[in-house]
Ligand binder design. Structure first.
Ligand SMILES: [Zn+2]
Length: 320
């Protein structure tokens, strides 16, 4: 039903799936840089289409898909389901009348302040991302991490310092912005974050009281900017600050030092190890192919009695 040629393809429809090089036609699960390319025709949800065009240019052709609404395409029935990862993020269910395949793209289970929660339909074949596919990566409860974030931000503000949150510009930044603004902490954003936040707003996701950082911190405001690894993360005139990185990789003790921040919190938009296992149990596939994670995840699944393999060559996810 599918083949791998430096990327995943649905064979009958000759449809690429998150392929990183230009294709005649390709499903784009979400608009993070490691999932997009300048395709002749992209298939994507409306949210992803807006972000895709923002990143790659308005001239790109996109066939828009609605969540849960099947599309007949070159002999396949294609349905997008929410993936809970960022605006527009989607899983793809493909059915050829004989068997079905679910491709998860990047996903997480459970609640999110800014994206629809993931839905998991049954499929015969499951192709899943497994970024946190090691038992070590069990994230603390989300409410606990959010409470820690708010505590750190409030403490910084009380000391007259500017809390700086370093986050991916698409997804995590908007999640953090919403979490802060709904707790009455207004947010100033880096230009790159702000542009994407406006797309969220246009797509109906209200992020609350946020504005562009225009070169001066404001009392009582938090600042959301890019990860420190990004060339353009620095903002002028911030004065005394407390920096907080939000990333699932904060499960590793060394993350705070590696990223050069005061605090690192494990707020993730990827499924942790337990959620990955839960996903397999809920989808009940006959066969599983794991990608974007440690090769050993397929071994863990086999130990649990599942018919799992790594999708070769499985790209490893780069740390921020
Ligand atoms: Zn992603």
């Amino acid at each position: 039903m599918f083949h791998y040629d430096a990327g995943l393809f649905l064979t009958a429809a000759q449809l690429g799936v998150d392929v990183r090089r230009r294709q005649p036609r390709c499903f784009v699960s979400h608009a993070h840089a490691d999932h997009i390319a300048r395709h002749q025709l992209a298939l994507a949800t409306h949210g992803t289409a807006c972000l895709y065009r923002h990143r790659l240019g308005p001239q790109h052709r996109v066939l828009e898909m609605s969540y849960r609404k099947p599309l007949e395409f070159a002999g396949l029935r294609l349905t997008a389901f929410p993936a809970g990862h960022c605006l527009g993020s989607a899983m793809l269910l493909a059915d050829d009348g004989q068997q079905s395949l679910l491709y998860t793209g990047d996903f997480k289970l459970g609640p999110s302040a800014t994206s629809e929660p993931a839905e998991l339909p049954h499929a015969d074949i499951l192709v899943m991302e497994s970024t946190f596919g090691r038992p070590h990566y069990r994230l603390p409860r989300r409410e606990t991490v959010v409470a820690q974030l708010l505590e750190l931000v409030q403490a910084a503000l009380a000391e007259g310092k500017t809390p700086i949150i370093n986050a991916y510009p698409l997804g995590k930044s908007q999640e953090v912005t919403k979490l802060l603004t709904q707790s009455s902490v207004p947010v100033l954003q880096h230009q790159a974050v702000f542009e994407i936040s406006r797309i969220y707003q246009d797509c109906g996701v209200d992020l609350g009281d946020f504005a562009l950082y225009d070169g001066q911190p404001l009392a009582g405001h938090a600042v959301v900017t890019l990860p420190r690894s990004a060339r353009r993360f620095r903002l002028p005139s911030l004065g005394r600050t407390v920096s907080i990185a939000v990333t699932g990789w904060a499960m590793d003790e060394s993350t705070k030092y590696r990223l050069g921040v005061d605090h690192a919190l494990p707020l993730s938009d990827h499924a942790d190890y337990d959620q990955l296992i839960e996903t397999v149990r809920r989808v009940e596939p006959r066969e599983i192919f794991c990608t974007h994670g440690p090769a050993e995840f397929a071994d863990h699944l086999r130990d649990l009695g599942f018919n799992a393999h790594p999708l070769h060559p499985a790209p490893q996810r780069r740390l921020f």
